[in-house]
Design a protein around this ligand. Structure first.
Ligand SMILES: [Fe+2]
Length: 205
């Protein structure tokens, strides 16, 4: 991508292979990082919700996702789809969307295989940093910052505060608990076993 766009930059690049069944769906959510979804096999439909058109996610929600206090999933209303950008992905196609835009994915056909790359552009890193700093200030000082600008002295100072605090682990948010609710049954293809609370606790240790 850098060859076709010399301004393109990335940090913290990670990639994951996603394998999912023909009828699987990814519920509406937003990601901390910027994402490119490279589709390899099967067909899937991506719904993208433009934050510049409507407040599909509030700044408070984005901040809570960045602070990892809530799941990345966000409240969704079916009528949003009228305003969504909708793309049907065939193998060999890719889609990406502006940072923090809510999105959801429905598989349409076949076993689906995709490669998801996550990264932060220079701008994306600043957008992340300023929101992390806002989160710290709101939770630790009683200040209620509502600006997410990364310009000017205050904006730059907040970006620095957010990124340095995150890097050095100076602020540990009260993170959401991630619990396993089921496991697959190896004795039969497609079988799922619900986990009770005691088993869940063992898995978390
Ligand atoms: Fe996502």
């Amino acid at each position: 991508m850098k060859e076709s766009n010399s301004d393109f930059s990335y940090n913290k690049l990670t990639a994951n292979i996603l394998i999912s069944s023909p009828s699987a769906r990814v519920l509406c959510h937003l990601d901390c990082a910027e994402v490119i979804l490279w589709h390899i096999r099967g067909r899937k439909r991506a719904y993208l919700y433009d934050l510049t058109k409507r407040e599909f996610a509030t700044e408070q929600t984005i901040e809570q996702v960045i602070m990892r206090e809530t799941e990345e999933e966000i409240p969704y209303k079916p009528e949003w789809d009228e305003a969504a950008y909708v793309y049907d992905l065939e193998p060999g196609q890719a889609v990406n969307w502006p940072h923090f835009w809510p999105h959801r994915i429905d598989n349409i056909e076949g076993l689906n295989v995709s490669l998801q790359t996550e990264f932060y552009s220079a701008k994306g890193l600043r957008q992340y940093g300023v929101r992390f700093a806002n989160g710290i200030l709101r939770r630790k000082t009683g200040v209620a910052p509502n600006s997410t600008t990364t310009n000017g002295f205050v904006g730059l100072a907040k970006v620095g505060l957010g990124l340095v605090s995150k890097k050095l682990g100076l602020y540990k948010p009260v993170e959401r608990e991630i619990t396993a609710r089921f496991t697959i049954g190896p004795e039969q293809i497609g079988s799922i076993k619900q986990l009770n609370q005691s088993v869940q606790n063992v898995l978390e240790k």
